[in-house]
Design a protein around this ligand. Sequence first.
Ligand code: HEM
Length: 127
Amino acid sequence: QRNQSFYDAVGKEKIDELVEAFYKRVQQHPDLIPIFPDDFTETIRKQKQFLTQFFGGPPLYVEEHGHPMLRARHLPFEITPARRDAWLSCMSGAMTEVDLEEPYRSAMFDRLVKTANHMMNTPEDEK
Ligand code: HEM
């Protein structure tokens, strides 16, 4: 049906499960461990809020934290092309784990690729 968001199509449960499966991978990825906190509780909570709104659900992130300003919020972390690839590979694995169905999977992944490209702030050789 027209104007149905990804959030409506896949549902709140699926987005929450996706975030859990994603950070389980991030926590084990050698390229990502150095820039993430030891405790992922707050990271997971914020990412559930963010992806809910990013995919067209209620604006949970902005209600609690204000404008996302994602690129600015990522500037304290060195985000190289390798870390972007690592982030996206964790996301792809998580999408498989939670069985996110097509065509939503590919369309959602494409949006995340665009945002991930925008987050890069450090060339590989300056790491
Ligand atoms: C926070 C890394 C891409 C959304 C963070 C944090 C790190 C990080 C280290 C801080 C975690 C914390 O202190 O709790 C990365 C890397 C990326 C990437 C390496 C690779 C390109 C993205 C993308 C999105 C995103 C594509 C959204 C689609 C967020 C959000 C937060 C966050 C919402 C929480 C911001 C806050 O503190 O309120 N990210 N990120 N990130 N990231 Fe990313």
